[in-house]
Design a protein around this ligand. Structure first.
Ligand SMILES: N[C@@H](CCC[C@H](N)C(=O)O)C(=O)O
Length: 292
C-alpha cells in the first residue's frame, strides 16, 4: 500500500503525521516501526494519527505510537504539531481544538505568533497511578514532594538513584542533575526506563535547575531513546521541581531541540500549560508492505 504522510517537528521531537479522518489505514506495530525507522522508513520519534471525533465533546481523536510500535497515552510536542496539522490541512478552522487522547481530553490553543499552548491536564503524583511500585521503599520528603531511592539491580553502581515520579497521562521519572551535558543519560536512561518497579516502563527526565524560572532538561523516552525534546517530560519536570520547592510557577525549559514554556499553579487540581513551536518539515508518500 502507498500512504501519504506529513513530517513535523516540535522543538526537534519529530513526527510522522497520518490523516485517518476518512478511514483507518489499519497499520500494525511493524508498520509504525518501519515508518519511524530513520534508514528504512521516514524517520520519527512518534507516529501521530488524526482520527474523527469519537464523541461530540471533542473535535478529533489523537492516537500516538512510539518508534518501537507501541501505542502510548500522551505526547505533548506532538499535540502542538497536531494542532498545526489540522489547521494547515483545513480539517478545522478553530483556534481552540479539543482532542481525545488515551489519557483523556486535552485542549490545544493556536496563538497569533504561530506557537501552540496546550492544556495538558493535571499531574498525578500518586505512585500507584504512575504506575510505580513503592513496596518496601522509604521516600525522602522534600518541599511537598518526594524522592524515591531506586536500586539498579545487577549494575556496578551500589548507591541508589533518587527519582520523583509523576504521570502526565504517561509515566515519568525525574532525576535532579548538576549539569545535563554531563548527565549519564545513555547509561541510566535505559536502566530506569525498564526498571521492574515501573510495570509500564517509564520516560526518564534529567533535570538541571538553573534558576527558579529556568531549567535545562534531557529526556530518555520510553519506546524511543533520548529525543531532542519531550513535551510531557517538560511538564513532568516542572511539576516535580515545583513540588520539591525548587521552581516558581512559570518556567522556561531548554531542551537540546528548543525552548518550551511551562506553567503550573502547584495544586493537584491545577492543569499544566505548555507553550512551544510546531513546524511542518515536508510531505511525502511511502510504500509499505500490505502485511507486516
Ligand atoms: N515525545 C513525547 C512523549 C511521547 C510518548 C512517550 N515516549 C511515552 O512512551 O510515554 C512528548 O512530547 O510528550
Amino acid at each position: 500500500m502507498q500512504i501519504r504522510f506529513t513530517k513535523m517537528q516540535g522543538a526537534g521531537n519529530d513526527f510522522v503525521v497520518l490523516d485517518e479522518t476518512q478511514g483507518r489505514l489499519n497499520l500494525t506495530p511493524a508498520h509504525y516501526r518501519l515508518l519511524a525507522d530513520r534508514h528504512f522508513g521516514v524517520g520519527a520519534d512518534q507516529i501521530l494519527s488524526v482520527r474523527p471525533a469519537p464523541t461530540p465533546e471533542v473535535d478529533f481523536e489523537y492516537v500516538i505510537h512510539n518508534a518501537d510500535g507501541g501505542e502510548v497515552q500522551q505526547c505533548g510536542n506532538g499535540a502542538r504539531c497536531f494542532a498545526r496539522y489540522v489547521r494547515e490541512r483545513g480539517l478545522t478552522h478553530k483556534d481552540r481544538i479539543r482532542v481525545q487522547t488515551r489519557a483523556g481530553v486535552i485542549t490545544l490553543q493556536l496563538t497569533p505568533d504561530g506557537e501552540v499552548t496546550v492544556d495538558m491536564g493535571c499531574p498525578v503524583f500518586e505512585p500507584a497511578r504512575v504506575p510505580f511500585d513503592t513496596r518496601g521503599l522509604q521516600p525522602v520528603p522534600q518541599g511537598s514532594g518526594q524522592k524515591w531511592p531506586l536500586m539498579l539491580d545487577g549494575q556496578a553502581q551500589a548507591a541508589p538513584v533518587f527519582v520523583s515520579v509523576v504521570s502526565m497521562g504517561n509515566p515519568h521519572a525525574v532525576l535532579l542533575v548538576e549539569d545535563v551535558d554531563t548527565a549519564p543519560v545513555a547509561q541510566l536512561g535505559p536502566w530506569i526506563e525498564s526498571h521492574p518497579r515501573f510495570p509500564e516502563r517509564v520516560n526518564v527526565g534529567f533535570l538541571q535547575v538553573v534558576a527558579r524560572d529556568h531549567v535545562r532538561l534531557r529526556v530518555y523516552e520510553r519506546g524511543v531513546g533520548e529525543t531532542l525534546a519531550c513535551g510531557t517530560g517538560a511538564c513532568a519536570a516542572v511539576a516535580v521541581g515545583v513540588r520539591l520547592g525548587l521552581l516558581d510557577h512559570a518556567v522556561q525549559v531548554d531542551t537540546r531541540g528548543g525552548r518550551l514554556r511551562i506553567a503550573w499553579g502547584g495544586r493537584d487540581a491545577d492543569p499544566v500549560f505548555m507553550t512551544g513551536p510546531a513546524t511542518t518539515v515536508f510531505e511525502g508518500q511511502i510504500r509499505l508492505p500490505d502485511t507486516l
